[in-house]
Design a protein around this ligand. Structure first.
Ligand code: ZN
Length: 135
């Protein structure tokens, strides 16, 4: 398994800070429209469905399904452990609500499209990276 020190960390800003620090209490949060209840990720300032600006983070189940994945054998940054699995995970809360993430806690070659996964957090500096592991 990889360690926190060798992942590429996100740039935090006022829009995405809640997302990258949400795992501090073990819960994943996604921005949601308070008017039409649409989930949006990555975070924005306007709901793409109803154009409301009444958006706030809400807790999600942390459960999802692997939609696409690739096993990377190339260390793109110094100290990065390979191989590792990059995946697009769609969250259960809404069709098309997807995160790009890493699959951890299983051999990279064993992850598969359609696999059920759940979120786990890896603390690194001031962020909690949402990663996914077989459910
Ligand atoms: Zn809306």
């Amino acid at each position: 398994m990889s360690t926190a020190s060798n992942r590429i960390l996100p740039e935090l800003d006022s829009l995405n800070r809640f997302f990258w620090t949400s795992g501090a209490d073990g819960q994943l949060r996604v921005l949601r429209c308070a008017d039409c209840r649409f989930w949006l990720h990555p975070p924005g300032i306007v709901c793409p469905k109803c154009l409301s600006r009444n958006l706030a983070p809400e807790t999600v189940s942390g459960l999802g399904t692997i939609e696409a994945l690739t096993v990377n054998h190339q260390p793109w940054s110094p100290g990065q452990e390979v191989p590792y699995t990059v995946a697009i995970v769609s969250l259960d809360e809404q069709q098309g609500l997807q995160l790009t993430t890493n699959i951890v806690g299983c051999p990279p070659e064993s992850a598969f499209i359609g696999q059920r996964v759940k979120v786990v957090f890896e603390a690194a500096e001031d962020v909690y990276l949402p990663l996914f592991t077989p459910a």
